[in-house]
Design a binder for this molecule. Structure first.
Ligand SMILES: NC(=O)c1ccc[n+]([C@@H]2O[C@H](COP(=O)([O-])OP(=O)(O)OC[C@H]3O[C@@H](n4cnc5c(N)ncnc54)[C@H](OP(=O)(O)O)[C@@H]3O)[C@@H](O)[C@H]2O)c1
Length: 263
């Protein structure tokens, strides 16, 4: 099976590349493409599957560049879907950022509250209209240790290891997920029927409790503070579990990462 991966040097894309080994074809950068060049890229690569990880994924960057966000997060995915090749695309738990209830949120309860999540939800809807076989994986905030040769980005684990003071909410329910689990389930995710799926760890702790757990587990010198109430982002992952995709819960995922890196 030939699998084209977009964003192959990104945080998720680089781990997906590791996971897929020799089946993988790294896509060139999609920062300055049009529909015609996407078609040419796909004609040349002849993939059976596209795993789309490239995106403008930083919320403030999207707010400051709405045109760029729409291009990266809606237009490019629409052009990929129009090639007719089955696509697995990364979406986000931010689509729940304006939900009225406390959560955990199931797939149909979306209420985006920032531009990034509005664009991601539009991406989901438009690409599913074009190709109902498209799979959207709504990811949580993901973490890993830095990877050699790949740009590093701040994440829960690295921030906890590096920073001296961090604030999290003592009321916010939200999961963080070990990105190696995200890449580890990717072949199975490609077999899912078209639709949107909550794809990551669950968490029965608040973010501050999660951070306190990690601080105690690794005996970290970091000082933790409470930022006050934040909107919940926790996802109900029962839909993917029915398809045999079972992530560790947040604490077990952190334990796995700690063991993998002998931290
Ligand atoms: N990281 C997280 O915790 C997180 C959480 C929830 C959802 N997600 C979603 O998961 C996917 C992967 O996230 P990630 O953290 O791996 O992303 P990332 O590392 O920030 O970016 C992935 C790749 O996207 C490409 N890219 C960046 N800006 C672009 C733009 N303006 N136009 C087109 N391409 C652009 C870059 O590739 P080139 O340099 O080759 O152009 C980059 O390597 C995204 O869809 C993201 O929204 C991520």
């Amino acid at each position: 099976m030939r699998i084209l991966v977009t964003g192959p040097r990104g945080f998720v894309g680089a781990r997906v590349m590791d996971e897929l080994g020799r089946d993988v074809i790294p896509a060139p950068s999609l920062r300055a493409v049009d529909e015609e060049s996407i078609r040419r890229m796909v004609d040349e690569a002849q993939p059976d599957l596209i795993i789309h990880t490239a995106a403008m994924s930083d919320i403030p960057t999207c707010e400051n560049d709405p045109v760029g966000s729409y291009y990266a997060n809606v237009k490019v995915p629409v052009w990929l879907a129009r090639t007719g090749i089955k696509c697995v695309m990364f979406s986000t738990d931010q689509v729940y950022s304006g939900c009225a209830g406390e959560g955990p949120y199931a797939e149909e309860e979306t209420a985006p509250s920032n531009l990034y999540s509005h664009h991601k939800l539009e991406m989901e809807q438009r690409t599913l209209d074009i190709n109902p076989d498209t799979v959207h994986l709504r990811a949580t905030w993901m973490y890993d240790m830095p990877k050699y040769g790949v740009p590093n980005r701040g994440n829960f684990l690295v921030n906890m290891l590096r920073q001296s003071d961090i604030a999290f909410s003592s009321t916010q329910h939200r999961a963080v997920t070990y990105v190696r689990e995200v890449s580890g389930w990717i072949r199975q995710a490609a077999l899912l029927p078209g639709g949107a799926y909550n794809y990551g760890s669950e968490n029965n702790l608040t973010m501050l409790e999660t951070a306190e757990w990690l601080k105690a587990r690794l005996d970290l010198p970091v000082r933790l503070q409470d930022v006050g109430p934040r909107h919940h982002l926790w996802m109900d992952c029962s839909k993917i579990k029915k398809h045999g995709i079972n992530f560790c819960n947040t604490v077990d995922g952190l334990q796995k990462c700690i063991a993998d890196y002998a931290l």
